[in-house]
Ligand binder design. Structure first.
Ligand code: SIN
Length: 287
């Protein structure tokens, strides 16, 4: 059956893939259609999937090499390619990372090679709460005042897990010296060129702490302003999860943010496969 790609909004941010096999074993033509739709719409929503871990891994691997999340403790037993998010427990032990994605970010923004994309499958979802909100960073860049775009052109931001780990993960142990050595600060272009679409996205997020060439306090204030700008309602899609949903997003041109749910009453268990990426490209704004 031919797939249908139904845009979620008039501006084309996000689309639902209709008619896919629930195990996502797609023939080459259908797979190419999905891949192109991903580049066109930045996030793709699938409904009513029934994927095994092997099938989720196999589908994601067709999009590119897979990234193994560390520390390994949150990865699914026997499937290191699957990072488990949520409050599920087995035998009294947490199987995934709680409150993993609170605060707008893109996956791997604090790493030298951030992740190209992520594919999140709702294995158990609460009947209320626990939505994921996505921001369209192409539109966020395009909507910045021209003078601010000019000011940011060619500039990079410093992203620091070391400075902000305790802020974003107060419920987790502090980073060890070894973890700090493994996660040094990184600098990425704020105007980021997408390698496939060629479009420019605003690349900033919750781990950003400094902008080059701008005094530190002023840079922090500008980061806060850019983050607030990206979170304006006109750039957002909010996904309310139903069992069997999965969302594929492109970290190079979107941000996302998990939202709370009643952890005493409900179990939320999400399986995420994550794509390796490339060094972020600086957009050539003179072109
Ligand atoms: C994530 O940030 O990868 C997880 C998002 C979510 O749990 O909604």
């Amino acid at each position: 059956m031919a797939l249908q790609i139904r845009p979620l909004a008039p501006n084309g941010f996000g689309a639902e893939v209709v008619g896919a096999d629930p195990t996502l074993q797609l023939d080459d033509a259908a797979f190419r259609q999905v891949e192109q739709a991903w580049f066109d719409h930045s996030i793709l929503v699938f409904r009513n999937l029934a994927m095994t871990p092997e099938q989720q891994i196999a589908f994601t691997r067709r999009l590119g090499p897979l990234h193994i999340m560390v520390p390994l403790q949150y990865n699914l037993d026997g499937y290191p390619e699957i990072f488990v998010v949520g409050n599920a427990e087995e035998g009294g032990k947490a199987v995934g990372m709680r409150r993993a994605g609170m605060g707008f970010h893109s996956d791997g923004e604090d790493k030298a090679i951030p992740n190209a994309g992520s594919f999140l499958f709702g294995v158990n979802v609460p009947p209320e709460g626990g939505d994921t909100i996505f921001a369209d960073m192409y539109s966020a860049w395009d909507a910045l005042p021209a003078a601010l775009r000019d000011r940011l052109a060619g500039k990079r931001a410093r992203f620091s897990r070391i400075e902000l780990h305790h802020v974003h993960y107060p419920h987790l142990p502090a980073l060890t010296e070894e973890q700090k050595r493994d996660r040094p600060d990184v600098w990425h272009p704020i105007a980021r060129k997408h390698p496939r679409s060629g479009r420019t996205a605003l690349y900033i997020g919750r781990w950003a702490v400094e902008i080059e060439g701008i005094p530190q306090e002023e840079g922090k204030a500008l980061i806060a302003e850019l983050c607030a700008h990206a979170q304006k309602p006109q750039f957002l899609y909010r996904h309310s999860w139903r069992p069997g949903d999965a969302v594929l997003w492109d970290n190079r041109c979107t941000q996302h943010c998990a939202t709370p749910f009643d952890e005493e009453r409900y179990t939320r268990r999400m399986h995420r496969t994550t794509l390796e990426g490339e060094q972020p490209l600086l957009a050539d704004l003179a072109a």
